[in-house]
Ligand binder design. Sequence first.
Ligand code: S3P
Length: 424
Amino acid sequence: MIIKRVKNLSGEINIPGDKSISHRSVMLGSLAKGDTIVHGFLQGADCLSSISCFRAMGIDIENENDKVIIHGRGLHGLKKPDSVLDVGNSGTTIRLMSGILAAQGFDVEVDGDASIRKRPMGRIMTPLSLMGADIKSKNDNGCAPLLISGRNLKGIHYDSPVASAQVKSGVLFAGLYAEDETSVTEPYVSRNHTELMLKDFGADIITSGKTVTVKPAEELYARRIDVPGDISSAAYFIAAGLITEGSEIKIKNVGINPTRDGMIEVCRMMGADMDVDEIDNGSAEPVADITVRTSSLKGCVIGGELIPRLIDEIPAIAIMACFADGQTVIKDAAELKVKETNRIDTIVNNLKAMGADIEATEDGMIINGGRALHGAVIDSKLDHRIAMSFAIAGLNADGETEIVGSECVDISFPDFFEKLRKMW
Ligand code: S3P
C-alpha cells in the first residue's frame, strides 16, 4: 500500500466490533446452553480463527454478515477435534482456549502461524499447570505448538506477574471447571471483558480491586451480545484526526470500558480537541461517539496502570507523539516486546526511517516531537497495528510511504484502507 500526504480528513465512521469481546463471545457461546446471538461481531482473521477452532470441536456456528449465532452445547459439550487446532495469528485464541482445553475429556494439539510460534506461552502454562493441567510446549521452548491433555483441575489463587487479560481469562475459564474457587491477582487491572461476560452468562464471579474470583460453574446460559466498536481500531482515526491539518472525524459507537480507555486519557493529557459523548446503552460495556479535531498536541509521560489500558494503542500514540511539542516518554511497557512483533523495535525502527527523533528504552521509548516526517518503506512485519499506525503517519509525511505487508490489516480491521480513503 502506498500512502501520500493528504490535505485534511473529515467524516463519520463506524469502526468494526471489538476484537476481545468477539473472541470471548465465541468461547462463552460455545460453552453455554442454547443459542448465543452476536451482533457487530468482528469479521477479522483473528476472530474467525476462534470460530474455526470451536467449529472443529463440534460447535455449530452460523456467520452471516455481522450476525453470528453460536449453538452452544454446554460446558461439557466440546468434542475432540480431528486435527490440530489452528489459531492463525491470534494470541487471544490460543491463551484463552488453553484454559478451556485443559479441562476437557480429550487431548489436543494447538498451533498457529510463525508469529504465534514465537510468543510466550509459559505465562499461561504455569498457572494452568498449578491447577493440575497437562499442558506442554511440543518443542520444549515455551511456545506453540502446545499439547494439552484434559484433566480434572483444582482451584488456585494465582498472583500473575504480568497484567495480562489473556492470562487472567485463560485461568478464569479453567476455573469454571475446577473443584473449588479460582482467583487471579494482577499487578494492574487488565481489560475485564471476561469478567463482565462470565457474569452475564450466569457464572459466579466477583472482582475486588486487582483480584477476580470465579466459582466452579454447573451451566452457562446463552445470551444476546451487542459488540461495541473496538477502541483499538478507533485509535488510528483518533490519531489521524488529531495530527492531520484541518480535520474533524466522528467515530461512532466506540467501546469505552474504563479498563480500555487509556488512549482517551492520553489524548486529554496531550491537549487534544476531543468530545466523548457517551450513549446510554444500559450495558456493562459503555459506548460513546468520539469526535476529534486537529490539535496542537504536547508530549506527556505514559506508564504504570495506564499501560494495560492502552497497550494495543501504543503504536498509534507513538505516531501522535511525533507531531506533539516536546518529549513523550512511554515506560513500563516491556509487554510490547511480546506482541505480534517486538513493537518497541518495529515502532522505533520504522519511525527512525521516517526521520523521527525516537529512541528505544528497555520498557518503552522516548520520542522528541516536532521533527517533520518523510516517506519511507515501512516493514509491517505482518503486524496489523504497525501497518495501520504507519499509514496514519504516511498521511502526514512528505513524499511516499510504502507499507509492506499491508494486507495484514485483515487481522483486526479488514476494510481499514477503504474507510480511511473515504475521509479525504
Ligand atoms: C487481549 C489482551 C491483550 C491485548 C490483546 C487482546 C485480550 O493482550 O494486547 O490484543 O483480548 O484479552 P495481553 O493479555 O497479552 O496483554
